[in-house]
Ligand binder design. Structure first.
Ligand code: URA
Length: 196
């Protein structure tokens, strides 16, 4: 099946109610032969409108972290655990809402298809939602980060979500989390052998 057919199929998904309030489903993007896959939570406001993953503020922070880690964005495959933007109205704004377990489970089929197609060596879970989707249970980032967790076909590395880094109010703590994200990405790249 080619990329357009896959996207058409994804955009017809009605496995959970999130499709109804989103602009469109956002599929993964990047190197179809990538050894390194990065999985986020769900598209945000900008991704929902653009139809592409990680193009908003979290994406810009991720780009910065990838570049610090010596990884070219076009050599990895980027996707999300949940493919529709979940939000609630706050005045005129659409505020991000964390997906529920049943929504993560409903979307699992799409992530599994991407994993089966790309066959990465290393999968980086950006944040707890992606960690949950990939490891199948509650995830505490600070306890699991920094090491590869072997699965049958690939290893999972859990790290901070770029939005979590952005949300930290204190500058020095934000720098610590950013440094940890870069360190984890560097480790993932080493394990997947995708350094520039
Ligand atoms: N946050 C995510 O988890 N994924 C995106 O694509 C954008 C923001």
């Amino acid at each position: 099946m080619d990329a357009q057919h896959r996207l058409d199929e994804l955009r017809r998904c009605r496995r959970c109610p999130l499709w109804a309030r989103a602009t469109q489903a956002v599929g993964g993007e990047g190197d179809e032969r990538a050894r390194l896959m990065l999985v986020g939570e769900q598209p945000g406001q900008e991704e929902d409108l653009a139809g592409k993953p990680f193009v908003g503020p979290a994406g810009r922070l991720l780009d910065h972290a990838l570049s610090e880690a010596g990884i070219a964005r076009e050599r990895v495959y980027l996707t999300n655990a949940v493919k529709h933007f979940k939000w609630e109205p706050r005045g005129t704004r659409r505020m991000h809402k964390t997906p529920a377990q049943r929504e993560i489970e409903a979307c699992e089929i799409w992530l599994q298809q991407e994993l089966a197609r790309i066959r990465p060596r290393i999968v980086v879970a950006l944040g707890a939602t992606a960690g949950r989707a990939l490891l199948g249970g509650p995830v505490t980032i600070s306890m699991l980060r920094g090491r590869a967790i072997e699965r049958d076909e690939y290893a999972v590395l859990v790290t901070y979500h770029p939005s979590a880094v952005l949300r930290v109010p204190e500058k020095s703590r934000q720098q610590e989390l950013f440094a940890a994200l870069v360190e984890d990405l560097r480790l993932a790249a080493d394990l997947a052998s995708v350094k520039n």
